[in-house]
Design a binder for this molecule. Sequence first.
Ligand SMILES: *[C@@H]1O[C@H](CO)[C@@H](O)[C@H](O)[C@H]1NC(C)=O
Ligand SMILES: *[C@@H]1O[C@H](CO)[C@@H](O)[C@H](O)[C@H]1NC(C)=O
Ligand SMILES: *[C@@H]1O[C@H](CO)[C@@H](O)[C@H](O)[C@H]1NC(C)=O
Ligand SMILES: *[C@@H]1O[C@H](CO)[C@@H](O)[C@H](O)[C@H]1NC(C)=O
Ligand SMILES: *[C@@H]1O[C@H](CO)[C@@H](O)[C@H](O)[C@H]1NC(C)=O
Ligand SMILES: *[C@@H]1O[C@H](CO)[C@@H](O)[C@H](O)[C@H]1NC(C)=O
Ligand SMILES: *[C@@H]1O[C@H](CO)[C@@H](O)[C@H](O)[C@H]1NC(C)=O
Length: 455
Amino acid sequence: MVFLVELATAALFGARAVNAVYSIATTADIKTTAANIAWDLMQYYHGNESGQTPGILPGPPPAGDYYWWEAGAMWGTLIDYWKLTGDASYNDVIMQAMLWQVGPNKDYMPPNVTASLGNDDQGFWGMSAMLAAENGFPNPPSDQAQWLALAQAVFHTQAGADRHDTTCNGGLRWQIPLSNNGYNYKNSIANGCFFNLGARLARYTGNQTYADWAEKTWDWMRAVGFMDDDYNIYDGAHVEHNCTDINRAQFSYNNAVFLQGAAFMYNYTDGSEIWKQRLVGLTNATIRLFFPDNIAYEIACEEHMTCTTDMLSFKGYLHRWLAQSTQVAPILADTILPVLKTSTEAAVSTCTGEANGRTCGFKWSTKAYDGSHGAGQQMNVLAAVSTLLIGQAAPPYTNSTGGTSQGDYNAGTNSDTFQEKSDPPTTGDKAGAGILTVLILVSAIGTFGWMSIGD
Ligand SMILES: *[C@@H]1O[C@H](CO)[C@@H](O)[C@H](O)[C@H]1NC(C)=O
Ligand SMILES: *[C@@H]1O[C@H](CO)[C@@H](O)[C@H](O)[C@H]1NC(C)=O
Ligand SMILES: *[C@@H]1O[C@H](CO)[C@@H](O)[C@H](O)[C@H]1NC(C)=O
Ligand SMILES: *[C@@H]1O[C@H](CO)[C@@H](O)[C@H](O)[C@H]1NC(C)=O
Ligand SMILES: *[C@@H]1O[C@H](CO)[C@@H](O)[C@H](O)[C@H]1NC(C)=O
Ligand SMILES: *[C@@H]1O[C@H](CO)[C@@H](O)[C@H](O)[C@H]1NC(C)=O
Ligand SMILES: *[C@@H]1O[C@H](CO)[C@@H](O)[C@H](O)[C@H]1NC(C)=O
């Protein structure tokens, strides 16, 4: 076994203190390493096998570990993998998956997932479609939905008056259908996905309407206190308390989704002073909180490994979105890229697990395999390794700089608004809903009591 030989060599020469399965020393090494990690990630996907549903990872619980959104995030990770490494092995699988899940109105609201459909879930699929347009991923056949139009459909549905009601002075709720558990919660990730898409649509299309919405969402986040003066971003709060009962748990994907959106706004506004200030401030706060010793750390749950399956995938978005921010805001490169490098070195050193000897773990700062494994863990390290090549990649396209995806300003206008009280979801559906369930948040307050001070 190569693995044992390499370890023995490392021991002999004492050169490498940590795992020697993977190297990221050269561009060729990075590509080989990423290819292996991607292959291992795809072992969790069965949607292209006969009798299975294309597009989704096994789930949702209790049928399997993964909620619908996480597969949407995985396709985005693989679209980046293709762009950064040039390996198109999974492009057909990605295409089939991304198109299967669009739903009858081509807005990423397939009826199968209505019972736990959050704005964040829809947003993650929308951001992957946006990425396909920005990365120049092959366009779908012309009789199918197009990437830009899909991203617009998601955004347009979320900008509707039915989604942006006046409770808490505005902002999106977590869940979309009013009968879902969590409809009474407004949160940072739902608004973060909307902000992120708005900023990117503004840059891609040049249409100011999207930028206005992004600006408005940022202002709302600050006014409601979900983002404070020091750029801490808190999870969310309930409409019946006018969003004053803020749950202060902090998750890295919230920072990352706002940071990337701010970078696009900075770029869209030709480097405006206001967006520069916000971007630099948020970058500092994000690195301070989520990269202790320059290694990604999911502060709300990592110490005692109370992370849910969802949370076990956040480090990947953190790496990808910070890396991409340096393309549209090169002023960040010297701050961000060295940190991502150190973090990635730690990440690959955890990939020594399980029977194949190369399965990746989650606790990167331990620089050893921690016994945990899953699509999230693989996706995180794949994201970290492949974005090491960000400096060699073309910046995200716009409609006038290489982008060829067809848009549609009417996309999403015929979508289901879910405003009639429909049959209540079954107990099983309710208990399992969405990215972070309220149940998890409530139980988390015991574990992360320090973060709830000041409620
Ligand atoms: C499903 O996709 C994987 C690539 O991830 C491929 O290796 C496999 O052959 C595909 N399976 C089928 C049945 O097409
Ligand atoms: C919805 O679920 C059915 C039954 O499992 C499946 O056949 C279908 O492909 C699913 N549709 C989507 C869009 O996932
Ligand atoms: C993109 O550019 C093309 C050609 O300039 C134009 O026809 C199209 O309307 C533009 N699309 C958007 C969404 O602005
Ligand atoms: C800009 O986008 C909005 C909605 O997203 C659309 O209604 C409007 O027509 C677009 N403006 C232009 C000039 O295309
Ligand atoms: C609700 O909170 C907002 C600040 O987010 C404040 O402007 C508004 O006055 C509050 N409304 C009520 C009814 O307290
Ligand atoms: C961000 O951090 C850098 C280096 O630590 C520091 O020079 C800069 O002043 C900080 N900026 C802000 C807005 O906090
Ligand atoms: C905006 O992004 C482009 C890459 O698409 C980059 O060349 C340019 O420097 C960025 N603008 C600013 C103000 O950083």
